[in-house]
Design a binder for this molecule. Structure first.
Ligand code: ZN
Length: 222
């Protein structure tokens, strides 16, 4: 049984196949970490009971295989295998399932719909449909919001300007201090009568041209 996560994001790999064949160790670690995070949010709507009894998280919380060491990854018993006339076969359950899990399973009501495959539900979205955006929100590592970043990437500031300012703050312009790292010969600016070094501080604050701009806006703001 293929989960929506595996079918839509990780179609070329799963925890039970190909691991390490094309990926580095770090890739596999990140993959496993993200897979665990995402699978927590996948539920199952049981129809004909064809999803994996042991390996799909249809009960909520975790797969049943996680609760026992006796189940092989090759055990592909379906939910239907544990049903009789649409009801749980308690005798069969008690032969294989850890006792603590039996009440939860018996309390799970199943309304069989013959001929319709069980379907995965993405619990994050209202409609239950999987979206890469919502999966990314779960997996991504969020950093704390800083005042500078929240003001820099403001909805009322054009992206081009925000990006330019971001480059200035992060020293991403090809100015002297950056080019010096590549062994490029330093040059002086073209904005001042007494030329200064073409560095970020000079271009945006200390140079004549920068001074003129700052003065213009400072004057207009009083
Ligand atoms: Zn200058």
């Amino acid at each position: 049984m293929e989960s929506i996560y595996e079918s839509q994001i990780l179609s070329k790999s799963s925890s039970r196949c190909k691991k390490g064949e094309y990926w580095t160790v770090t890739d596999v670690e990140i993959h496993d970490e993200n897979k665990i995070k995402v699978e927590e949010h996948i539920g199952w709507k049981i129809n004909s009971g064809n999803c994996s009894f042991w390996w799909d998280d249809w009960l909520g919380g975790a797969t049943l295989a996680n609760s026992t060491t006796d189940i092989s990854s090759l055990n592909n018993a379906t939910i239907a295998h544990f049903l009789v006339n649409g009801k749980w076969n308690e005798r069969k359950l008690r032969l294989q399932v850890p006792p603590l899990l039996i009440p939860s399973i018996l309390n799970t009501k199943v309304q069989l719909v013959k001929g319709v495959k069980d379907s995965a539900i993405w619990k994050i979205t209202k409609a239950g449909n999987f979206t890469c955006k919502s999966a990314w929100e779960i997996c991504r590592k969020k950093k704390d919001t800083t005042i500078i970043n929240s003001q820099l990437w403001h909805q009322h500031i054009h992206f081009k300007m925000s990006f330019r300012l971001w480059r200035a703050i992060r020293h991403k312009f090809p100015t002297n201090e950056t080019l010096a790292n590549f062994g490029v010969e330093l040059v002086k600016c073209y904005c001042c009568i007494q030329q200064g070094w073409d560095e970020i501080e000079h271009i945006f604050i200390q140079g004549n041209f920068a001074g003129h701009i700052w003065k213009f806006f400072a004057d207009s703001l009083g």
